[in-house]
Design a protein around this ligand. Sequence first.
Ligand SMILES: [Zn+2]
Ligand SMILES: [Zn+2]
Length: 287
Amino acid sequence: MQIRPYRLSQLTLEDFSLAGYSVAGEESVIIAPELDVAFDIGKCPREALTVNHVLLSHGHMDHSAGLPYYFAQRDFQGNEGGTALVPAGLVGPIERLLRAWGAVEGHVPPHRLIGMKPGDVYEIRRGLLAKTFPTNHLPGSLGFALVDVRQKLKEEFLGLTGPQIVELKKKGVEITNRIEVPLVAFLGDTGPADYASLPYVANAKVLLLECTFFDREHVSRARAGKHMHVTDLPKVLEGMDCERIVIIHVTRRTNMGLARKIMRKALPKDVLDRITFLMSRQHIEQD
Ligand SMILES: [Zn+2]
Ligand SMILES: [Zn+2]
């Protein structure tokens, strides 16, 4: 038996960082500590307990199994319950699941489930919104975009002094414009779809993009499971301006070294320069 360390891989960006583990059919969880969210919860690694929000894309076990553990463990550690934004159709089933666990364990931990439909917006904290959109995977499955809302001084007031600005504010003059800066877009599991037409996806600083399959023989698997095959990426990424594209949810059926090689042939250089694979690299490449 080979014992392999379980580690999250990390990616540090200008304003925030990401830590995660994502392998198709096994586990997907990506934590953004500064943004106080986890995108899917996988089997709930210890690090996921520190964030107050779980954004669940769909119910497949490799993405959702950790949710009851998340609430139970946070309760055990004396943290507040935490909030999970879940596809609206899953609120009932997850409630029943938590109650069943409660019967096993002795009590139901505090929890907050918010049912989300495509197009819904939830305020994670002041100035940080989670926007949802439909994905091409399961009925009701969701993608999430985290959007930073900033107030920017209008151009005509840029030269003013502090007291002058205060004076204008007192008079009730609108001195700022509201701008939305998309930070992360997470597509969950998905087959190809026109995501580039969603501005908060196409302009997100980071795109978390599943690409499950790479082998030519796996195209039919990708279609059947509504997943992305590497040959889908050129079209899906057309018109996307994301600074970083993080590939997640790669199958174990393909060796990572080979996946990288195939990826290099499939995409133009300007796109490749923005691509990173997020997963426990050592863990995978040993196989
Ligand atoms: Zn999956
Ligand atoms: Zn899935």
